[in-house]
Design a protein. Structure first.
Lengths: 408, 221
């Protein structure tokens, strides 16, 4: 590219003595708005996704070993899993549903039985606990906040547990009295599904209630993020076919797919903002080509090649999109940095405070910066604006040398 | 004196929509020596501009040959563009550039290194030294045309094709600009072909041709 092309392209956009033309700024602001919007939205979505992933791991463990029937004599498997490399902790669990009652309040929560000795190594029970002094499951139940509210329960109070087994015995004209359970703690995981209706019991408690003495439903494992796949493979190679290990993301495949889909759709829709900005840039440049026909003829008559004319106008679109991208990333950075303040101000105007935070279960707007997303945004912006710039550039190159030189 | 431009049996016609092609230039021959100047006069529509464009290789010719410094001029093959300069009625300065940048632009496009002394000399001769840092938007027509002449001269062409350079200037200004133009070309030894309606300007060139019905003659008749 010849130096005059570069100099003239800059001068067209930023004439001497002026801070750029109106067209220059409209184009830059258009592109930067698109880039900023995409970056901010994607970063916050990534933040939420990351939060969700963390929560999923926290409430499920990173790997689960499951079977389609109760696992008897599980101690051997437990030992084997424990000894598999990269497995940090294992805990056996049992799950099901039960009827719980206090006074005339009834609920039908999911029940999870875990081994008090090892559960806290896999699940961050200390983080879930709402009682400062209670960081480990001991011998009584931990209930989720919603259940506590529904049954009007407080720590130290009791409720009745009717297991499916007690219903079974009614058929046989036996009466098994409900078990009286004491509330040891109220836990909050931050994962709505769990917080809504879950009661955690010590393993043996539930085994007894379900008549599953000595049996479990599966194992939850704590494994490093990097080794999840490796561990699953190693376990599946050693476990009998009725036992399979699954990574957390396999168990939540559909949900994660929906999240991914949502993000892709957002990306796609917001890309239109950039496309529109590119379109307006293209029409602005076309207008400038039409206005400068005579000038372009003159440049050609001095020996400027068609290629140089194409470069002259393409370069303008490249400069504009470069500045737009830089400004957009800058604005996105500022918006993300002050995101909590901004959201607090906005929610202060429109939504009663804290409704948002309670609904999303976050104290702060999460954000995760993804190099790939930003890279994709930047690259796509350049590609789109470059193609948008080609149109006027080729239009300019097609102007015959004669065109502007004839007297009118 | 060596021969700069030689035109032999030049014929050019335009295809108008339905009718027969109209012959604008019919078998024209002439030659121009280096340093010589020439004026082309004729009625509006007689083909003066067309002649200049064909000579510069900006329009194709139908028949005949044009040799510039013994090299044939080929349409759209703008090799001659660095040796042939143009001055048009529309001076068309680039408004985003200041005067000095405007003057330098053709030389930059042709990748010619410009001697600062030569630049100063031209600027002084054309009396635009005080305008160099100005923006072009508020300049008068005469100033603009002098700048346009300066930028053409700076590329040091062997031949200047000037198409009614004073066409959009008033008479007095046109007279002053042309006087400067003649003087500078004489000083630098640059040949030019001047298209003009003005008999006074035409008289100041070495030879005058009249274009009429496709033919060139040195008689006004
Ligand atoms: N591309 C073209 N197609 C058809 N006819 C053309 C074309 N270009 C020029 N002409 C015709 O050729 C004739 C000569 O045009 P030209 O511009 O050379 O005239 P001129 O002598 O320069 O006139 P003026 O003094 O008004 O500038 C005109 O009749 C014009 O209409
Ligand atoms: Mg003309």
């Amino acid at each position: 590219m010849q130096s005059w092309v570069v100099a003239l392209a800059f001068k067209y956009l930023f004439p001497k003595g002026r801070w750029g033309t109106f067209f220059t700024w409209v184009s830059i602001v258009g592109v930067s708005a698109g880039v900023a919007l995409l970056t901010v939205v994607l970063s916050i979505m990534n933040g939420f996704d990351k939060n969700i992933a963390e929560k999923l791991v926290q409430v499920n463990g990173s790997v689960k070993v499951l079977s389609n029937q109760p696992i008897r004599d599980y101690k051997g498997w437990l030992k084997m899993i424990q000894e598999t490399s990269h497995v940090d902790a294992v805990t056996p669990f049992i799950h099901g549903v039960a009827l719980v009652q206090k006074g005339n309040h009834v609920a039908f929560p999911k029940c999870l039985g875990v081994d008090p000795a090892s559960a806290h190594h896999v699940f961050p029970l200390d983080k879930f606990s709402t009682q400062k002094d209670c960081v480990q499951l001991k011998k009584d139940a931990w209930v989720s906040p919603q259940i506590a509210r529904d049954l009007n329960l407080a720590v130290g109070e009791t409720f009745d547990l009717y297991s499916p087994l007690s219903l079974e015995s009614i058929k046989n004209d036996e009466i098994i009295l409900p078990q009286e359970v004491c509330v040891e703690n109220i836990f909050q995981t931050g994962w709505g599904e769990v917080d809504r209706d879950t009661v955690i019991f010590p393993l043996e408690y539930l085994q007894e209630a379900y008549g599953l003495e000595g049996c479990i439903h599966g194992f939850s494992l704590k494994v490093d993020k990097e080794h999840i796949e490796e561990v699953c493979k190693a376990l599946n190679a050693q476990l009998p076919t009725k036992l399979r290990s699954y990574a957390w993301y396999e168990l939540n495949e559909d949900f994660l797919y929906v999240l991914k889909m949502e993000k892709s759709m957002c990306f796609f829709v917001l890309l239109f903002v950039i496309a529109i900005a590119a379109f307006s840039m293209s029409s602005g440049l076309t207008f400038s080509v039409v206005r400068k026909q005579r000038e372009i003829s003159l440049l050609r008559s001095w020996g400027a090649s068609r290629k140089a004319i194409v470069q002259l106008f393409c370069l303008q679109s490249v400069i504009l999109s470069f500045l737009g991208v830089c400004m957009g990333l800058g604005v996105a950075g500022i918006l993300l940095y002050y995101r909590n303040e901004i959201v607090h101000v906005l929610t202060g105007w429109f939504i009663p405070k804290n409704a948002l935070w309670n609904f999303y279960n976050v104290e702060k707007l999460p954000m995760a910066f993804s190099g790939t997303d930003v890279g994709a945004t930047v690259v796509l912006t350049f590609v789109i604006t470059f193609f948008a710039g080609l149109l006027p550039a080729f239009k300019a190159a097609k102007i015959p040398v004669m065109k502007g030189l004839r007297r009118e | 004196m060596s021969e700069l431009l030689s035109v032999q049996h030049l014929t050019k016609s335009f295809q108008t929509s339905s009718q027969q092609p109209v012959c604008i230039l019919n078998d024209i021959s002439f030659s121009l020596q280096a340093g010589e100047s020439m004026a082309v006069c004729g009625e509006s529509g007689s083909g003066k501009s067309t002649l200049l464009f064909v000579l510069g290789g900006l329009l194709p010719l139908d028949k005949g040959h044009i040799f510039f410094q013994q090299q044939p001029i080929v349409y759209n093959h703008l090799v001659a563009s660095s040796e042939i300069g143009y001055v048009f009625q529309h001076y068309q300065l680039i408004e985003e550039l200041n005067v000095e940048e405007n003057i330098y632009l053709p030389s930059r496009i042709q990748q010619k290194t410009v001697d600062r002394h030569f630049f100063n000399k031209i600027v002084d001769l054309l009396k635009i030294a005080s305008l160099l840092q100005r923006q072009t938007t508020h300049l008068s027509g005469g100033e603009c045309q002098r700048i346009a002449i300066a930028r053409t001269l700076l590329t040091q062409p062997k031949l200047i094709l000037a198409d009614e350079p004073t066409g959009s200037l008033d008479e007095a200004t046109g007279m002053r600009v042309m006087d400067l133009f003649f003087y500078v070309c004489q000083t630098l030894g640059t040949s030019f072909i001047l298209v003009t309606h003005n008999a006074v300007f035409a008289e100041k060139t070495n030879k005058v041709f009249y274009l009429k019905r496709g033919k060139m003659s040195d008689e006004k008749d």
